[in-house]
Ligand binder design. Structure first.
Ligand SMILES: Nc1ncnc2c1ncn2[C@@H]1O[C@H](COP(=O)(O)OP(=O)(O)OP(=O)(O)O)[C@@H](O)[C@H]1O
Ligand code: SF4
Ligand SMILES: [Mg+2]
Length: 338
């Protein structure tokens, strides 16, 4: 891991009431993001990635609520702060690039001026210096002709340009941690590579910690240092990127990787794996993956697996994993069911 964890998330639980049930979109989520580290968060649609990201900012939409857990930034417990104090950390401490640009940009303020406002809210610099910095940020996120674009309004930007403007706006506050929710999904491959390079250089040169939410295992392979694999509101495996691709220990991770085109890991959305994504309000008992798991044993229907450490930077939630089985590849693993 490149640096000490700046962001630490511990046993986070986020619930939504639904009819007479409660749906847990995050259930005991724990992870860290180190200084200068890019951590990928992957999982199928609806598994709880965005809800987890929003919870870090205490921005879970109503009627959802954070039922338990801790989120520490540089040791400060964000979930316990009064709202007014929390605002000081949003942006400058930890910044968010939302999945949907939607209403995040103000339609009646020029893009450049919105970035200037963020810069001046966090640092005392002249309007002129802030404007130059805003133009430079737009250039760095791959917006051509940034001087002209900075004077335009959101409706003059395409979807991909809005996404990049939001990344520029998030970086304008010079955060210690950036949480970017699918920041490159809508972008063409060249722009996407440019954004990932920018994040990598900010991580390397300025120690920015990044939580990168993505559907794209190619993005994970090329940009991330470590990966969190999420299933049904839980982190089912976390590992360094090389370990995850070479020695995946969770059957879900293996299924995702096995379904990728070969050779190597090419870019593309998360592959489909057999069975349906479960309804989070009606999870099966035991391991939530058991109805789809090709190697399930009878105990999987009753016992929910706890995290098992397979190495200093590798943990998995599967009944078949044991610490002696460092590669998650024990010889006595049951045969795949037909
Ligand atoms: N506003 C809401 N009200 C009720 N339930 C919600 C709300 N937002 C999310 N959920 C529930 O939380 C679960 C997790 O949603 P989330 O948006 O975090 O998924 P995701 O992993 O980000 O998916 P995607 O890859 O499609 O963005 C969803 O399955 C949904 O049931
Ligand atoms: S605990 Fe059982 S069902 Fe769950 S992933 Fe492991 S083998 Fe599969
Ligand atoms: Mg999402």
């Amino acid at each position: 891991m490149p640096g000490a964890a700046i962001l630490e998330v511990e046993d986070l639980v986020v619930e939504f009431p639904r009819d007479h049930e409660r749906l847990r979109a995050a259930d005991g989520v724990s992870f860290g993001v180190g200084q200068g580290e890019i951590v990928g968060l992957v999982g199928e649609s609806g598994c709880g990635k965005s809800v987890t990201a929003l919870a870090l900012f205490r921005l879970v939409p109503e009627p959802g609520r954070i039922a338990a857990g801790a989120v520490r930034l540089g040791g400060v417990e964000l979930l316990a702060l009064p709202e007014r104090e929390l605002r000081r950390y949003r942006g400058a401490g930890i910044a968010y690039v939302p999945q949907e640009p939607g209403e995040a940009l103000n339609p009646v303020v020029r893009i450049g001026a919105q970035i200037v406002d963020v810069i001046r809210a966090h640092r005392s610099v002249s309007r002129k210096a802030a404007w130059d910095e805003a133009v430079d940020l737009l250039r760095r996120v791959g917006i051509a002709d940034p001087e002209r674009r900075a004077r335009q309004y959101a409706h003059q930007f395409s979807g991909g340009m809005k996404q990049r403007a939001l990344i520029a706006m998030a970086l304008a506050a010079r955060p210690r941690v950036l949480v970017a929710d699918e920041p490159t999904t809508a972008l063409d491959p060249t722009i996407q590579a440019g954004i990932l390079d920018l994040l990598a250089s900010l991580a390397r040169d300025e120690g920015l910690g990044v939580l990168l939410i993505t559907h794209d295992l190619g993005v994970v392979a090329s940009a991330c240092d470590r990966v969190l694999v999420m299933y049904a509101g839980r982190i089912v495996e976390q590992a360094g990127v090389a370990t995850l691709f070479e020695e995946p220990a969770h059957p879900y991770t293996r299924a995702l990787l096995a379904a990728l085109p070969r050779p190597g890991v090419s870019r593309g959305a998360l592959p489909a794996i057999r069975g349906a994504v479960p309804d989070l309000a009606r999870l099966p008992p035991g391991c939530p993956f058991h109805p789809r798991c090709p190697v399930a044993i009878p105990a999987c229907r009753d016992v929910e697996p706890a995290p098992v450490a397979l190495g200093p930077d590798h943990a998995v939630r599967c009944l078949l994993a044991s610490p002696d089985d460092a590669a998650g590849d024990s010889a006595d693993r049951p045969e795949e069911r037909p």
